[in-house]
Design a protein around this ligand. Structure first.
Ligand SMILES: Nc1ncnc2c1ncn2[C@@H]1O[C@H](COP(=O)(O)OP(=O)(O)OP(=O)(O)O)[C@@H](O)[C@H]1O
Length: 266
């Protein structure tokens, strides 16, 4: 990450970020000078109609894609900044380090390895993260850590089940345990309740909210109204930019962080 990055407030800050896809000889600008600031401890939901670019944004936040190079006329210093450092401004190695040590990712369709047990799925993630984290230093420690995480998500008695023998909600819990294995600064989730029935989705949402209460910073892309209502902040992706929704607009009566424009904050 570039040392020349400008100082930015917030844990993860997107400034004037654009992403254009070229398809069939035409440019499709999905994100258009977008701004967002995620603070430590936030529980943020990203909403938007289908095709508005939510997954594209989440992939950028996760370090899985690259924003367009800053175009002439856009403010200097645009980009994605994690703790003030430009995520996409350095080497591939640094980007890889960001992905593996700072971010946890949960997907709608779990993305577990079918041949591995719940414990082995989490252990595999621990092995990927270990060169970058101080722990777990031994296989025994890694196993204890993975079992502990699976216990925390309510699967202490399913350690040796393969995904095919688990329910959808249980698979998502394994995926959440796996995403937590590197103690990520930010847990990102793309439609984490999208494949689940209402009751199971609520249970998975409660799990996320419990993690948030314990201090985990969360960013959830969702179509699920229950998830959006439970989040502290909601931003809506429209026309390639984010607009912050007020608590009042969501029918939430408690005073919250109201009426801010996410683009203005970044
Ligand atoms: N790799 C790609 N190449 C070309 N176009 C793409 C690519 N990825 C996404 N798009 C286009 O970008 C737009 C936004 O896609 P994205 O998946 O981010 O939307 P979304 O808001 O997550 O949608 P949904 O809610 O349906 O999952 C879509 O029109 C999609 O076709």
């Amino acid at each position: 990450m570039s040392d020349a990055a400008p100082p930015t407030a917030g844990l993860l800050v997107a400034k004037a970020v654009s992403r254009t896809f070229r398809e069939g000889g035409r440019d499709l600008r999905v994100l258009d000078g977008l701004g967002l600031a995620v603070d430590a401890g936030d529980c943020l939901a990203i909403l938007g109609r289908s095709g508005s670019g939510k997954s594209t944004l989440l992939h950028l936040l996760a370090g899985l894609d690259r924003p367009d190079p800053t175009a002439a006329g856009t403010p200097a210093g645009g980009g994605l900044f994690f703790r003030g450092e430009n995520v996409y401004g350095g080497s591939e190695r640094r980007l890889d380090r960001y992905r593996r040590s700072s971010i946890g990712l949960v997907f709608q369709s779990y993305h577990l390895i079918g041949e591995l047990s719940a414990l082995q799925n989490v252990l595999l993630a621990a092995r990927v993260a270990t060169p970058l984290t101080r722990w777990p230093s031994t296989r025994r420690e890694a196993k204890a850590r993975a079992a502990d995480l699976l216990g925390r998500v309510g699967l202490g008695d399913r350690l040796h089940h393969r995904p095919g023998k688990l329910s959808g909600g249980e698979r998502q819990r394994v995926a959440i345990a796996r995403a937590l294995v590197n103690e990520p600064a930010i847990l990102l989730a793309d439609e984490p309740t999208g494949n689940l029935d209402a009751t199971t989705g609520r249970e998975v949402l409660d799990l996320f909210l419990g993690l948030h209460r314990a201090g985990q910073t969360l960013v959830l892309v969702t179509h699920d109204d229950k998830v959006a209502r439970a989040a502290e902040r909601v931003v809506v992706l429209e026309g390639g930019r984010l607009v912050e929704e007020t608590a009042a607009a969501r029918g939430v009566l408690v005073p919250g962080k109201r009426g801010r424009d996410a683009d203005r904050r970044a």
